[in-house]
Design a protein around this ligand. Structure first.
Ligand code: SF4
Length: 333
């Protein structure tokens, strides 16, 4: 059994200072970290408990009309907060589609951002080949069971997907992650927060050593009237996405003024479907335009032996999610 020390941080500065010690990791809700520790995937030397830091567990309005969600806000509290439900229903839906109610009651927003892939080879230390767990060891999923794995943006080193529903909605909403670290505070645009695997699949985010996530900022709500989070999974609850779509529209009559589409379950990070967005922006929302946009979103897909079905599934999910965001019943392309 490994010895682990425990320290309770009283404030942000103390947490950042404590995190400079070798082998230190922050713990909030612990819903993913403790699983990883039990399986021997993560072996921290020091746990820095951040749950008693004041000021990180609230949701407040910003001068530009956006909102700030503290990193320690529990997923269930965020999902059910009036400001989130009314102004960012896409995000509320994404929260409620993730995990179970028990887990949502414990998991924090900051922790959700950092949850690690659910690739089975990553969690099972009996498999020696996993570049995310042991860089340079190989990737068992490439030739193994890869039904749940990536079809976009993967590398020969890792084909894992990001498991977070919340992050897919935050990608579509152009959120900003606020962090505090040894060099001070900084803001990270959401598109730059999670990484593609490249040749460093062991690194999931662009956080620097010792940086603590303090909040997530959402810009002025412009999609509250037309948005939808669609999650396609093997069972109705408590399952990770095969494919998910966060669709947000600003409509001008029957014409799309601005479209935002992000995909989950398809890449190492929440995947913005920028080509599809550009094909929809300024156009009447016809079924033909939407079908073309959905096809464009998957143009660069490189499926594996076990997940070729995801390409068409993602296209159809985009069509359904955008139609539902627009208030239409139409679904299948
Ligand atoms: Fe490990 Fe990534 Fe390969 Fe899964 S896909 S076995 S996490 S390297």
């Amino acid at each position: 059994m490994d010895a682990i020390s425990y320290e309770r941080a009283a404030d942000i500065a103390g947490a950042v200072r404590a995190a400079q010690q070798p082998g230190a990791v922050f713990i909030g809700g612990g819903t993913n970290l403790l699983d990883l520790m039990k399986g021997g995937v993560e072996r921290p030397v020091r746990l820095i408990d951040i749950t008693h830091i004041g000021g990180l567990d609230g949701i407040t309005t910003l001068p530009d009309g956006g909102i700030r969600i503290g990193a320690l806000v529990r997923n269930s509290d965020a999902a059910n907060h009036a400001l989130v439900r009314e102004q960012y229903p896409l995000l509320s839906q994404a929260f409620l589609s993730g995990a179970s109610s028990q887990l949502r009651n414990m998991a924090t927003v900051g922790g959700n951002l950092l949850q690690r892939t659910r690739c089975g080879y990553f969690y099972d230390t009996a498999f020696s080949q996993c570049n995310k767990r042991a860089l340079g060891s190989g990737c068992a999923a490439l030739e193994g069971h890869n039904r749940m794995h990536a079809i976009l943006g993967a590398s020969t080193q890792c084909v894992a997907v990001n498991p977070s529903d919340m992050s897919v909605a935050l990608a579509a909403l152009d959120a900003v992650v606020r962090v505090s670290g040894p060099a001070g505070e900084r803001s990270i645009p959401f598109a730059e927060f999670h990484r593609l695997p490249g040749d460093r699949p062991d690194v999931d985010t662009t956080l620097r050593p010792g940086e603590l996530i303090t909040a997530v900022d959402l810009p002025t709500p412009i999609f509250s009237a037309h948005s939808h989070y669609l999650k396609v999974r093997d069972r109705a609850s408590y399952a990770f996405a095969l494919v998910s779509v966060a669709a947000a529209l600003q409509m001008d009559g029957e014409r799309v003024h601005t479209a935002r589409i992000a995909l989950g379950g398809v890449a190492h990070k929440p995947w913005r479907a920028s080509a599809a967005e550009q094909m929809l922006n300024g156009q009447p929302l016809t079924q033909a335009t939407l079908n073309h946009a959905a096809a464009a979103a998957l143009r660069d897909a490189r499926p594996l032996a076990g997940n070729r079905f995801k390409v068409q599934l993602a296209q159809r999910a985009i069509v359904r999610a955008v139609n539902q965001a627009a208030g239409r019943a139409g679904g299948v392309a």
